[in-house]
Design a protein around this ligand. Structure first.
Ligand code: NAP
Ligand code: G4F
Length: 352
C-alpha cells in the first residue's frame, strides 16, 4: 500500500514539530513548509534528521502562506492526502502591533490554501485541518466553551482566526470539501515559543536563580487559561482528520488556572521561597524571603510591568471537550502540574 502523504504548513513551530513526529511514526511521508529566514530556525525538527528511521520520509520545502502561487504549486506538486494548516502569527499580544500582517497570515493564508485545494482537488480527496483557537470565544459568557458557544474575539489574532474558522466551514458546506477545525485551547511543552507566558516564566525564573537575569517582568496576572500538553493536542489534530466526516472539535483539558497560579507553581518547582507584595500603583511584585543560589533575600524577582499588559484581554478560558471524547475517543492525560514539571526540567538542562 502507498504511504499516506501529509503536508504541514508551520512545521517549524511547536505543534508542527510534534505533529511531524506523530505522522512519521505512523509511516506517513511528511512534507513540511518552512519560511526563508536569515538564520536557520529548524531547531524543533533537527532531531528528526538524526533519526535514520524518520529522516527519509521528511521533506522540507520553502514556502509562505502569504504567497498564493507558492501555496498553489506546493499542493499541486505534492498532492497530499492530508493538509495541516498550523501556520500563523500565533502571538495574541503581538497581533495588536501587527494587525494587518496577522490578518494576511491567519485569515487570508487559510483562504489561499482552501482555494488551492478547491481548484486542484476536483475529486475532493484531500483532507484539510485548520488550527483554530479558543481565542475565538474571547470573553463570551457561556463557559466552559463547547462547539456551540458564541464567538466574541477581542484581539486582531482572535478575529483573524475566526475568519479562518468560518471560511473552513464555508468551503466544507459550499464545495463538499473535507475541511475541519480543531478549536484548541492553550497547549504548551518544552518546545513552546519563549515569549508565551509558560515558557517566559520558566526561563525567566531559572535565569534569575542562576544570576543571568535580575528580575522577570510580566503583565496581567489574573487571566485564566486551560493549559494542556502540545504532544497530546497534536494527536487530536490527526484524529480530527481520521474522523468519518469533516467537523469542528473543541480540544481542551476542562481545567483552568490563573497566570499567578502558574508563577507560584514555577516558584515552587524551583524551591524559591518568596511572597507577593503590591506597590502604590497597584502593580504586584514578588520578593525572595531567603537566599537561594544567586538570589538574595529581599531581591525583587518578579514584577508587573505596564508594557506587558494588552490593549484588550481574554479573561477566562475553559473548554468542554466532551464531543472530542465521545466521537474521537480523545482525552488529555497530562495535567497542569506534570506539564510544568516537564517544562521546568527541560529548561533547567538547557540553561546551564
Ligand atoms: P508557533 O510555534 O508560533 O508556530 C507557528 C508556525 O507557523 C511556525 O512554523 C511559523 O514559522 C509558521 N508561520 C508563521 N507565519 C507564517 C507564514 N506567513 N507562512 C508560513 N508559515 C508561517 O505556534 P504553535 O503553538 O505551534 O501553534 C500552531 C497553530 O495552532 C497556530 O496556527 C496557532 O495560532 C494555533 N493555536 C495554538 C495554540 C497554542 O496554545 N499553542 C492554541 C490554539 C491554536 P516560523 O518558525 O518561521 O516562525
Ligand atoms: O501565553 P500567552 O501569550 O497565550 P494566549 O494569549 O492565551 O495565546 C495562546 O493561546 C491561544 C489559545 O487560547 C492561541 F490561540 C495563541 O496562538 C497562543 O498560543 O498569554 C497567556 C496569558 C494572557 O492573558 C496574557 O495577557 O498570560 C498573560 N500574560 C501576562 N504577562 C502574558 C505576560 N503573556 C505573555 N505572552 N507575556 C507576558 O509577559
Amino acid at each position: 500500500m502507498n504511504k499516506k502523504i501529509a503536508l504541514i504548513f508551520g512545521i517549524t513551530g511547536q505543534d508542527g514539530s510534534y505533529l511531524a513526529e506523530l505522522l512519521l511514526n505512523k509511516k506517513y511521508k511528511v512534507y513540511g513548509v518552512k519560511r526563508r529566514t536569515s538564520l536557520i530556525h529548524t531547531t524543533r525538527i533537527d532531531h528528526i534528521y538524526e533519526d535514520f528511521h524518520l529522516k527519509p520520509n521528511l521533506i522540507l520545502k520553502y514556502g509562505d502562506v502569504t504567497d498564493f502561487s507558492n501555496v498553489f504549486n506546493l499542493i499541486d506538486q505534492i498532492r497530499p492526502d492530508e493538509i495541516y494548516n498550523l501556520a500563523a502569527q500565533s502571538n495574541v499580544g503581538v497581533s495588536f502591533e501587527l494587525a494587518e500582517y496577522t490578518a494576511q497570515t491567519d485569515s487570508i493564508g487559510t483562504l489561499r490554501i482552501l482555494e488551492a485545494i478547491r481548484i486542484i482537488d476536483k475529486k475532493r480527496k484531500m483532507k484539510f485541518y485548520q488550527a483554530s483557537t479558543s481565542e475565538i470565544f474571547g470573553n463570551s459568557p457561556d463557559k466552559p466553551y463547547n462547539e456551540k458557544s458564541k464567538f466574541e474575539p477581542v484581539s486582531p489574532y482572535g478575529t483573524a482566526k475566526l475568519y479562518s474558522y468560518w471560511i473552513t466551514k464555508n468551503y466544507r458546506e459550499a464545495y463538499s470539501m473535507f475541511t475541519s477545525n480543531g478549536i484548541l485551547f492553550n497547549h504548551e511543552s518544552p518546545r513552546r515559543g519563549e515569549n508565551f507566558i509558560s515558557r517566559k516564566t520558566i526561563i525567566g525564573l531559572i535565569k534569575v536563580l542562576k544570576g543571568k537575569q535580575k528580575c522577570l517582568y510580566l503583565g496581567n496576572l489574573y487571566s485564566k487559561r486551560d493549559w494542556g500538553h502540545a504532544k497530546e493536542f497534536v494527536e487530536a489534530q490527526w484524529k480530527i482528520l481520521q474522523n468519518k466526516k469533516p467537523d469542528d472539535f473543541v480540544i481542551a483539558t476542562g481545567k483552568n488556572y490563573s497566570v499567578k497560579d502558574l508563577v507560584n507553581l514555577v516558584l515552587k518547582k524551583l524551591q524559591i521561597k518568596s511572597k507577593w507584595k503590591k506597590n502604590k500603583d497597584g502593580l504586584e511584585y514578588v520578593v525572595a524571603t531567603e537566599n537561594k543560589q544567586s538570589i538574595k533575600k529581599s531581591q525583587v524577582i518578579v514584577k508587573q510591568e505596564k508594557i506587558y499588559f494588552r490593549p484588550n484581554e481574554v479573561h477566562n478560558l475553559k473548554g468542554n471537550y466532551s464531543k472530542a471524547k465521545k466521537i474521537l475517543k480523545w482525552k488529555p492525560k497530562i495535567n497542569f502540574d506534570k506539564l510544568i514539571s516537564e517544562m521546568v526540567e527541560s529548561d533547567l538542562k538547557l540553561i546551564k
